[in-house]
Design a protein around this ligand. Structure first.
Ligand SMILES: C[S@@+](CC[C@H](N)C(=O)[O-])C[C@H]1O[C@@H](n2cnc3c(N)ncnc32)[C@H](O)[C@@H]1O
Length: 210
């Protein structure tokens, strides 16, 4: 397997389809600023899941400049969205871009800190922080979820290395791979959850509470 490519086997095909997704402005802004943002096909997957789910309350942890938040809002514009990111510069951009959205609240802080202090409960969560923090974020997030909530963790395949042996993985990704793999196993072994990996872009781990 060539792990330098995304696991989405049809990615090249999808790239050539004429996209009218409407994420271009924000994704272009992210590129100009040199900051990471959710890839287009993953945006569409999030939008579609949210549009089916119609969550009253949503949370986007690691919202960056807001591409993933836009994906959530496109899916269900009436959702009350809490967006959290630890980065000051991205936060300033986010707050300016979404200033007219009365249903969007931004917190410039670490997701873990936010989850420890909030008493809100959510119907949908999108998580796109440092991958090795996924397990600790999940432990804090789980009690903050409403019945039938849905959660998506982004980039769960670590460039495809979670599907490789440790000895096939470059040293710099080995500890990340191990921690994310442990997290994936923890989720799939939990009988209170429905879990699925959706292989778009870097891989989305989709979880719903039974
Ligand atoms: C891949 S970028 C997110 C891109 C964003 N979801 C988008 O689509 O525009 C990851 C973001 O997570 C933030 N981050 C990383 N660890 C975090 C944490 N523990 N709590 C909050 N934000 C975190 C970083 O500051 C960064 O902006």
């Amino acid at each position: 397997m060539n792990v330098s490519f995304s696991p989405t086997i049809c990615e090249e095909f999808l790239k050539h389809l004429d996209s009218k997704s409407g994420y271009e402005i924000l994704r272009q802004a992210a590129e100009n600023m040199g900051v990471p943002s959710l890839e287009e096909n993953a945006c569409t997957a999030v939008t579609n899941i949210v549009s089916i789910k119609q969550p009253a309350k949503s949370i986007d942890i690691g919202c960056g400049i807001g591409v993933s938040s836009m994906a959530v809002l496109k899916g269900f514009p009436a959702t009350h969205l809490t967006a959290v990111d630890g980065n000051l510069e991205r936060g300033l951009f986010f707050q300016n871009y979404f200033k007219d959205y009365k249903n969007v609240t931004y917190y410039q802080m670490r997701g873990e800190q936010f989850l420890k202090t909030t008493d809100e409960k959510y119907d949908f969560a999108f998580i796109d922080t440092v991958k090795r923090e996924y397990s600790s974020i999940w432990q804090l997030l789980k009690p903050r979820l409403n019945k039938n909530a849905c959660v998506i963790f982004d980039d769960i395949l670590i460039y495809g290395y979670v599907m490789c042996m440790e000895c096939e993985t470059p040293y710099k990704y080995q500890s990340n791979r191990r921690e994310v793999l442990n997290f994936i196993n923890e989720i799939f072994e939990d009988e209170t959850l429905n879990a699925q990996i959706i292989p778009v872009n870097g891989g989305l781990l989709s979880i719903s509470l039974k």
